[in-house]
Design a protein around this ligand. Structure first.
Ligand code: ZN
Length: 186
């Protein structure tokens, strides 16, 4: 059985499980639609951040590079519901930088799979360290979790904030402070 067929069968069973009729008009194509959608929203499973981060440019300076407000969408692995928000990334180059779009691509590689936010944050930071070898990297994610807002404790608008520091950001609080100040600027 192909992966796509597995998803189609599972969705049919799921629809029966919640008391639906998978054959009714509005639902007939739903298993196939979901199977195709999964390719996109879980497409990060087949990708490697190295594809994006290995293409570096040489630079002389080693000033902090900040890319903020990168919108991302991911899926919580405990409830298979979306969590989504903004990623903010900074690194201190050690002679090498990447095109700015590559940071957003890297976020997508790890966001497009079943995730927990803490792990997603760490994986982005680790990928920067592994492929670009900067002096340090810091990643902050702010996200709303549908499993907290549409069910369970129902706190609409509440955001979960996670932080991962690597290299000089772990040892130098001044750099960390500078990162937070850059985030406050419009
Ligand atoms: Zn959840």
């Amino acid at each position: 059985m192909t992966d796509q067929e597995k998803i189609r069968q599972a969705v049919r069973l799921f629809l029966e499980g919640i008391g639906e009729d998978p054959e009714r008009e509005g639902l007939k194509d739903t298993p196939d639609r979901i199977a195709r959608m999964c390719r996109e929203i879980f497409g990060g499973m087949d990708e490697d951040a190295g594809m994006h981060l290995s293409r570096t440019f040489t630079v002389d300076n080693s000033e902090m590079v900040v890319e903020k407000d990168i919108t991302f969408y991911s899926m919580c692995e405990h409830h298979a519901l979306p969590f989504y928000g903004k990623a903010h990334i900074a690194y201190i180059p050690d002679g090498k930088v990447v095109g700015l779009s590559k940071l957003a691509r890297t976020v997508e590689v790890y966001a497009r799979r079943l995730q927990i936010q803490e792990q997603l944050t760490g994986q982005i930071a680790d990928a920067l360290m592994k492929y670009m070898h900067p002096k340090g990297a810091i990643v902050m994610l702010e996200a709303e979790h549908m499993c907290m807002t549409m069910r369970g404790i129902k706190k609409p608008g509440s955001r979960t904030v996670t932080l991962a520091r690597r290299g000089v950001f772990e040892t130098d609080p001044v750099l960390e402070e500078r990162f937070f100040r850059m985030l406050e600027r419009e």
